[in-house]
Structures are given as C-alpha cells and as structure tokens.
Write a protein that binds this ligand. Structure first.
Ligand code: ADP
Ligand code: MG
Length: 308
C-alpha cells in the first residue's frame, strides 16, 4: 500500500523536533519557537535540486545531512544561535528506503547542530530539498559581510579545496588521484560538510565581517570586499590545505581548488589587527583600500554556480 503523506511525515520526520526553543513542533499549522529576552530572529533558506547541487546517485543519508549543513552554514556565518529548521521536500515517489536514509542524515544534523526539525512540507515532483533555518541573534550584534575595515586581517577556518577535489574524484576527473583513505576524506568533505556554528558564535562580537565559503574563497571573499567597500589581499601560499588534498593533486591544482572550489562551508572572516583568531583558523591576508580580491594571480574567478 502506498505510504500516505501524513504517515510518511509521522514516520520519518515528527521525532526530530525537540529543542530548547521549541514550544510547538511538527503536527500543527505552524511551529512555535521562543526567542530569548533581547534576541531577534535570523533566517535563511537554501534549495538543493538533484543533478544540480548533488549528483543523482548520492546516498540519501548524505543528501539529508548536506542539505541541513548548507542551510545551517548561513546561521554560522552570521554568528546566530540555532533554533530550528523546516524542510520542504519534493519527491518523485514515497520510497521507504530513500526516506529512511534521508531522515537519518537529517537526524544526524539535528543532533550535531542542536537544530531541531520543527516543520516542513511534502509534495510530489522531481527531487528537490529546501531547508529553512531559524536562529537567534542579540539585538545589537551580527556577523555581517559589510564590516571589514582597512588594516583588518583575513582568516579562514579549517582547510580549503577538499570538497572540490572530492567532487572531481566523484566525477572521474584525472585532476584528482587520491589513495583510498584520502579519497574517503575528500568525498566526505563534499558529501558531509560541517557547518561551523560554534566558530560563528565565537566570532560574534570579535570578527568585523564574515561569510561562509559556498562558492569558493575568491568569490565569497569578493562579497565581503564589495559589501565593506575595501580590497581583500590574499596570499595563496598561506591557504590551509589538508594533507589529503596535498597528496592527491598537483600543488597548482590544489591551490586552484582552495581559491575557487566551492562547497567547503568553512568561514572566511576579518579580525581587527592584534585580535587573536580561534584555534583551527589560518591568517591568509589583510584588508587594504580599494576593491575586489587580489591574490597575486590572474585568475578567471567563477562567480559561483550561475543558475540562469
Ligand atoms: P498544512 O497543510 O497545514 O501546511 P501539511 O499537511 O503540509 O500542513 O503538514 C502537516 C504537518 O507536518 C505540519 O506541521 C508540517 O510542518 C509538517 N511537515 C510536513 N512535511 C514535513 C517534512 N518534510 N518535514 C517535517 N515536517 C513536515
Ligand atoms: Mg503544508
């Protein structure tokens, strides 16, 4: 017997909705979330379309985790405290294997980020996943793209270029030839990126500007430069590369992926000179008068994936 929409919601999604800020979760017409005294709501939404944002044969557990991570990454980039998310799911069919694995991926993100699933929508059509995230910010604080000032220093978290290398490997590109262990690491970095929510909250009140790296460092640093009215000067030699990436591609290709590859979901941020960065972050440059991003190389910067 085909699974009804309501059975499906009850079976796979209604158990993921508990959280500190949740007064009412899945089951009514709206969810009700509580903001603390002196807080305001931060919200963002991201859509993943099969074949555009992930390969058609991606394991559904990874699709669930990645969809939630990509959306949660925007909360991280603002320094917001996670409150909850809603998921609008368009499915070609109600396939129990797929839904079970997908909901396990979502459940992993719910637990990892303390980001309960408080509602959503379920429809039939070609596979599309839309995740809306809700977070809390103090009335007087947020990590914006627009706050970088001349003299600030530029940092990134983690390592860059891994997800692009992982995607290249999955797409059978000869540019990435990893040993099995390294292949596993790089593919995980693409399929299961981790939103830097703790780092974002740590940077709130300290960083002058921040963005999450979804389209590639040069493109995303360019958004900080444009919004702040400054130039970001980046030294490609300082970019943090994982051992797995360094061992799997030529130095030139690894650096190119670190500069232009998207999907790492690390944070790029600016700190006033003298302010120390949290552990796991690397200084990659500084803020100067001017505009755009200067990495000392003439590169054709892809402005991220262009849908139209
Ligand atoms: P309505 O018609 O009032 O919008 P729905 O029938 O779409 O309600 O959904 C019933 C309940 O199930 C709502 O609380 C909704 O938020 C929740 N819901 C629907 N789809 C999902 C989903 N994919 N994940 C989580 N909750 C969902
Ligand atoms: Mg509905």
């Amino acid at each position: 017997m085909p699974t009804s929409e309501f059975t499906l919601i009850y079976r796979y999604f209604s158990a993921l909705g508990r959280g500190d800020a949740v007064d009412l979760s899945v089951g009514d017409d709206c969810a009700i979330l509580r903001l603390g005294e002196g807080e305001r709501l931060a919200t963002s939404v991201d859509t993943l379309v099969a074949g555009v944002h992930f390969l058609e044969d991606t394991f559904p557990e990874d699709i669930g985790f990645r969809a939630a991570s990509i959306a949660a990454s925007d909360l991280a980039a603002m320094g917001a405290r996670p409150l909850g998310m809603t998921v609008a799911l368009t499915l070609p069919e109600a396939d129990d294997f797929w839904l079970n694995a997908f909901s396990q991926g979502l459940a992993a993100a719910v637990a990892d980020y303390d980001l309960p699933l408080v509602g959503g929508d379920t429809t039939k059509g070609s596979l599309t996943i839309t995740v809306q995230v809700l977070g809390a910010l103090p009335l007087d604080g947020a990590l914006l793209r627009s706050g970088a000032r001349v003299g600030d220093e530029v940092y990134v978290s983690g390592t860059l270029g891994d997800a692009a290398a992982g995607l290249a490997f999955l797409s059978d590109s000869e540019l990435c030839s990893p040993a099995p262990d390294n292949a596993g690491f790089l593919v995980q970095r693409f399929n299961r990126p981790r939103a830097r929510l703790e780092l974002g909250r740590e940077l709130l009140g300290r960083a002058s500007a921040a963005i999450d790296i979804s389209d590639g460092l040069l493109a995303d640093a360019g958004h900080i430069a444009a919004a702040s009215g400054v130039k970001l000067v980046i030294d490609p030699e300082q970019l943090p590369l994982s051992a797995a990436l360094a061992a799997s591609a030529s130095p030139e290709q690894a650096r190119l992926w670190a500069l232009t590859g998207g999907d790492d979901y690390e944070l790029c941020f600016t700190l006033p000179a003298g302010e120390s960065a949290p552990p796991g972050c690397t200084r990659i440059g500084q803020v100067e008068p001017g505009e755009g991003v200067d990495c000392g190389m003439a590169l054709d910067i892809p402005a991220g994936y262009q849908h139209f």
